[in-house]
Design a protein around this ligand. Structure first.
Ligand SMILES: [Zn+2]
Length: 433
């Protein structure tokens, strides 16, 4: 009951803050993330957007209120978001390799699933707030037309750099960028050369209905992933792929932790009140007993939605997770039914798919592969991970039932690719050890 009262109180405070603080005061200290500037521009062009954001904020609060009290959260399945990475470059000597792209997807999966190596220790006072969001990302296997894809597009452009004046053209094929894929079905991530020191920016879910063609996340190539060009030039502190984690946080409706003004509101209950953004690598406790009411533990500067260096941020909170879940059950619910992570299937493949079964699933790394023997021979099986890399090859497997044991394979989501010379089917395998 105490929690419900707190949520109710916060709902009222949240709406009051939203009314009084809107439009947001831009943090003049830094231009690390241009998401709020982008939003203000969007509101200037679409006067109805401000009102709709206000209404949607109330809907978000209502969803959170209902779902927090019934303990539905954290028990649901994993949500996998089909992701396409659009690389747009004039200078082809800037080599954004597939591996650099895989490294960014890897960081997103680790950070959102609380599998990051630098997560807080269980002894840390903020450990109780840390959350596994159960949100994962796959590079799309099927494009909007139903064709097979690597989940990567590459465009050579005449545009040298993208900045405030032309950033909307990043998502326009006719203007030197690349049209986004259906934003109700895919997360579009753009890797580009940005002017100045801006690391990236994202659109909020509320902008989806007004400007679906602008939906997506933009990241400068030097702050994208952990390999290749990541961390080059002036961006050494941004070599951990956390710009991606931060911007995807915005894309799933998270605000900056300081609420974009002095002691502002980020509409989340368990992030500590913060005076403003934090930079570099500050140490715990930072701004203890600050003027906004933080206690002796100070501000939660290590949150992904602050501005500290990549190596010093490591958490989303339970409250931020609930807010993202509300978004995935609201404006971005289209992602829940997207088949972008599945391989396309031909008619023949469908009948083959029906002849192959895996059970139990989820399993502890040992399962039965059942292949209906009728008219099927020379069946091979390969285990691949969510990035498409081969984990284990089993060679030819017999028809009927075979037991497969995945020794040395850690818990996670995998795909078992089962093929004959003519057909292929993919079975998703959930390994929980
Ligand atoms: Zn931001």
């Amino acid at each position: 009951m105490k929690t419900i009262n707190r949520i109710k109180a916060n709902l009222i405070i949240g709406i009051i803050m939203f009314l009084t603080l809107f439009p947001f005061i831009t943090n003049a200290q830094s231009n690390k993330c241009a998401t709020m500037q982008n939003l203000n521009k969007s509101i200037a062009q679409n006067p109805g957007l401000k009102q709709r954001m206000l209404e949607n904020e109330e809907a978000t609060r209502n969803w959170i209120f209902k779902n927090s009290s019934s303990s539905k959260l954290g028990k649901g399945g994993i949500i996998t978001i089909p992701t396409v990475v659009h690389v747009i470059m004039k200078d082809t000597s800037i080599n954004i390799t597939d591996n650099q792209i895989y490294s960014q997807i890897n960081v997103l999966n680790k950070d959102f699933r609380l599998m990051n190596a630098d997560t807080l220790s269980s002894q840390h006072p903020f450990w109780q707030f840390v959350s596994d969001t159960k949100i994962e990302f796959c590079l799309a296997k099927k494009d909007p037309n139903g064709n097979a894809t690597t989940g990567i597009t590459r465009t050579t452009t005449n545009v040298s750099e993208w900045g405030d004046s032309n950033s909307h053209n990043i998502k326009s094929t006719a203007n030197g960028g690349h049209d986004n894929w259906n934003p109700n079905q895919y997360l579009n991530i753009y890797v580009v050369k940005l002017e100045g020191k801006t690391l990236g920016f994202a659109t909020f879910p509320d902008e989806l209905s007004t400007s679906p063609n602008l939906d997506g996340v933009v990241i400068r190539y030097e702050a994208f992933g952990t390999e290749g060009e990541a961390g080059t030039g002036d961006f050494k502190a941004n070599n951990g792929g956390r710009t991606g984690t931060h911007e995807v946080g915005h894309w799933l409706n998270l605000r900056h932790i300081w609420g974009d003004t002095v002691c502002g509101n980020d509409f989340v209950d368990d992030t500590k009140p913060a005076e403003g953004s934090n930079f570099n690598c500050v140490t715990f406790p930072h701004r203890a007993n600050n003027t906004c009411g933080a206690d002796s533990n100070g501000e939660m500067y290590m949150n992904y939605m602050d501005y500290v260096d990549d190596s010093c941020m490591n958490m989303f909170t339970v409250g931020q997770n609930i807010r993202m879940q509300a978004c995935l059950n609201g404006s971005r619910a289209g992602l829940l039914t997207s088949s972008g992570c599945s391989m396309p299937t031909s008619l023949n493949d469908i009948s083959f798919a029906n002849a192959v079964a895996v059970f139990p699933n989820p399993n502890n790394g040992q399962f039965t592969l059942s292949v209906d023997s009728k008219n099927i021979n020379s069946v091979t099986a390969t285990l691949i991970d969510i990035l498409g890399a081969t984990v284990k090859e089993f060679g030819i497997v017999s028809t009927g039932n075979s037991t497969i044991t995945l020794s040395g394979v850690s818990s996670g989501v995998y795909y078992l690719k089962v093929s004959t010379p003519n057909n292929t089917t993919i079975k998703k395998i959930f390994v929980t050890k």
